[in-house]
Design a protein around this ligand. Structure first.
Ligand SMILES: Cc1cc2nc3c(=O)[nH]c(=O)nc-3n(C[C@H](O)[C@H](O)[C@H](O)COP(=O)(O)OP(=O)(O)OC[C@H]3O[C@@H](n4cnc5c(N)ncnc54)[C@H](O)[C@@H]3O)c2cc1C
Length: 331
């Protein structure tokens, strides 16, 4: 079996996007039992600075195409180049990060290849299916997140899926595959450039979920913007980051970029403290892989207690000040 990962660079830092590392390792674990090959494909002006990291995560080869005209996203050009790269390799599986770029290009590529694409998968595995042999099973929430659908592409190749950043994990222990970079040759056509960039404004995010071991998240139960100050205080006291449920975002308690869940961020901190959050399936989709979950909720039957390792039944307005006092004394 052969698999391809679309490799992306973070234009702000020039480094690999985390999702490219996560998917490289995921593909490696999927293909390892079949002694399959893991190939990265990249197109852009310059290779990511830390490209060699991918070989420590199971990459066997990187096929790249460099052109200054690809400094910024040019969907049509990317579609043509990536489609040619994929056709030249005839892989069984192709994975894209469900980033802005991935969401733009993956459907164009899948349609050019006449194959299926399952977006925003939360689980990927290989298993036998009827007389089709081993195929990729792609799981994702469907119908508003109320069911988990398992989607397959039994007849077409490659089987394509996209996955959001943070859903798959990177191991601590690294591999030592030799670095193998292969330049791809293609007759670049200027007509492929369809977008003109007049100015690009990089929005700097203040949210650092990826690098935070502790996340304190508030939900609708927090009650008001003022009360949400308690969530922030607890997060800061623990040197962590604060997040919110969609209901809390909708009520204006926190910014949209802090939303955790199916349509927000997927987080996996060492400790997740859910305050006044009921634990709807769409919220759980973004946090249930956290190493330890503590829930604070005044309703003892709140579903969040079903996945919490520890729970406090109580009003956050009383509980959080006690925790803050305790943390201050501990210091
Ligand atoms: C397609 C789709 C995508 C979605 N994506 C997301 C997503 O990405 N993220 C997300 O979070 N949701 C998402 N949702 C919404 C989700 O279904 C829930 O509506 C939402 O998660 C509820 O947020 P909540 O738990 O904060 O609010 P509620 O469900 O209203 O729960 C509030 C909780 O606070 C408790 N409470 C009230 N007062 C207090 C108090 N003083 N002290 C302690 N506890 C208190 C209550 O007992 C209750 O359990 C999505 C929904 C759909 C249909």
């Amino acid at each position: 079996m052969k698999g391809i990962v679309f490799i992306e660079k973070n234009p702000a830092t020039g480094d690999l996007r985390n999702v490219s590392k996560e998917l490289t390792y995921k593909l490696y674990t999927l293909l390892q039992p079949y002694k399959g090959e893991v190939i990265g494909i990249f197109a852009g002006d310059e290779l990511p600075k830390d490209i060699n990291e991918l070989f420590k995560l199971g990459l066997n080869r990187l096929i790249y195409y460099k052109n200054d005209r690809l400094k910024n996203l040019q969907s049509f050009a990317y579609k043509n180049i990536l489609t040619s790269m994929i056709k030249s390799e005839e892989p069984d599986i192709v994975l894209f990060g469900a980033t802005h770029t991935g969401r733009d290009i993956a459907p164009l590529v899948s349609s050019a290849l006449h194959t299926g694409l399952t977006a925003d998968c939360t689980q990927l595995y290989i298993d036998e299916y009827k007389d089709k042999g081993n195929i990729l099973f792609q799981r994702r929430p469907a119908f508003g997140g109320n069911i988990l659908a398992t989607i397959i592409t039994p007849d077409e190749r490659p089987m394509m899926a996209s996955v959001r950043e943070g859903v798959m994990q990177i191991p601590e222990k690294k591999l030592d595959n030799p670095v193998k970079l292969e330049e791809f040759k293609i007759d670049f056509n200027e007509n492929w450039i369809k977008n003109e960039f007049l100015s690009i404004v990089e929005k700097e995010s203040k949210v650092h979920f990826n690098s935070s071991d502790i996340i304190v998240a508030g939900g609708a139960g927090v009650g008001s913007v003022d009360n949400f100050g308690l969530i922030k205080k607890l997060a800061w006291a623990l040197k962590g980051e604060y997040g919110a449920s969609r209901a809390a975002v909708d009520f204006g308690f926190a910014e949209k970029e802090r939303q955790i869940g199916q349509t927000g961020h997927v987080v996996r901190p060492k400790l997740y403290i859910a305050c006044g959050i009921s634990g709807a399936v769409q919220h759980r989709a973004g946090m249930e892989e956290s190493q330890k979950i503590i829930a604070i909720n005044k309703d003892p039957d709140a579903p969040i207690f079903g996945i919490a390792h520890m729970g406090i039944v109580g009003d956050i307005n009383e509980t959080i000040p006690i925790l803050l006092k305790y943390l201050k004394e501990e210091k």
